[in-house]
Design a protein around this ligand. Structure first.
Ligand SMILES: [Fe+2]
Length: 226
């Protein structure tokens, strides 16, 4: 079992998780408006919004699976007296997963109807995801995250970032990275970039960052804010 000694007395930082939650909060907050805003758009514009939604839903699904696999079991075993909290975290993940699946199942029918049919249903499903995710992140950040530094080593914590990078190959990684870096200060940018191996870090600066900015401009134009 890792002890603070294994971290050489330095508390681990869990702030990178708060930064990732901030991205999910913002993106899911904007998602229903994007669905409603693109309803008079071209097929290509609807596809652009649909791709962003599918990526977002899948990324949150994987994020939760990583927490269930890499974090909660260690904390439950090493920090006694919080059985109710871990039970709630798992129940909230299960509830969110069902909402993510419901929204995901509506993307296909919505794009097939060129953005009009099922649009309101999809927007409402995304509002449900957003509300449930906000509540879950609030409790997780307030109750669960403060327990991590006493029970998890920095190396174990870093497995999180490694798993997230491995799950997002190619251009998908740069879109997720761009979304995360969008509302960050320079210190947070260093924290997030440290999870990347060197080649994608160099590629991000060379082409990824610019590509993401263009994608954001096209998305804003598609939903009527460009
Ligand atoms: Fe979570």
């Amino acid at each position: 079992m890792p002890t603070p000694l294994q971290n050489q007395g330095k508390p681990i930082t869990t702030h990178d998780l708060v930064v990732v939650h901030r991205m999910f909060r913002r993106e899911f907050g904007e998602a229903p408006g994007r669905v409603r805003g693109v309803r008079h758009g071209s097929r290509a514009q609807i596809r652009l919004v649909a791709d962003r939604l599918a990526l977002l839903l899948d990324t949150l699904h994987r994020h939760q699976a990583d927490e269930d696999r890499l974090l909660w079991p260690k904390l439950a075993e090493r920090v006694p007296g919080h059985a109710g909290l871990w039970k709630r975290m798992r129940a909230q993940h299960a509830d969110l997963s069902a909402r993510l699946a419901r929204a995901d199942a509506l993307i296909g029918p919505w794009t097939a109807g060129a953005g009009s049919a099922r649009g309101e249903e999809l927007a409402a499903a995304l509002e449900e995801v957003s509300r449930a995710a906000e509540e879950h992140f609030d409790e997780e950040e307030r109750e669960a995250l403060p327990l991590a530094p006493e029970a998890v080593s920095q190396a174990e914590w870093d497995e999180f970032g490694t798993a997230a990078v491995a799950a997002a190959p190619g251009s998908r990684l740069f879109t997720v990275l761009g979304m995360i870096l969008k509302d960050t200060d320079p210190g947070e940018q260093i924290l997030i970039m440290a999870h990347l191996p060197l080649p994608p870090r160099v590629l991000w600066r060379a082409v990824g960052e610019r590509g993401f900015r263009r994608l954001e401009e096209r998305l804003a134009a598609a939903v009527g804010h460009g």
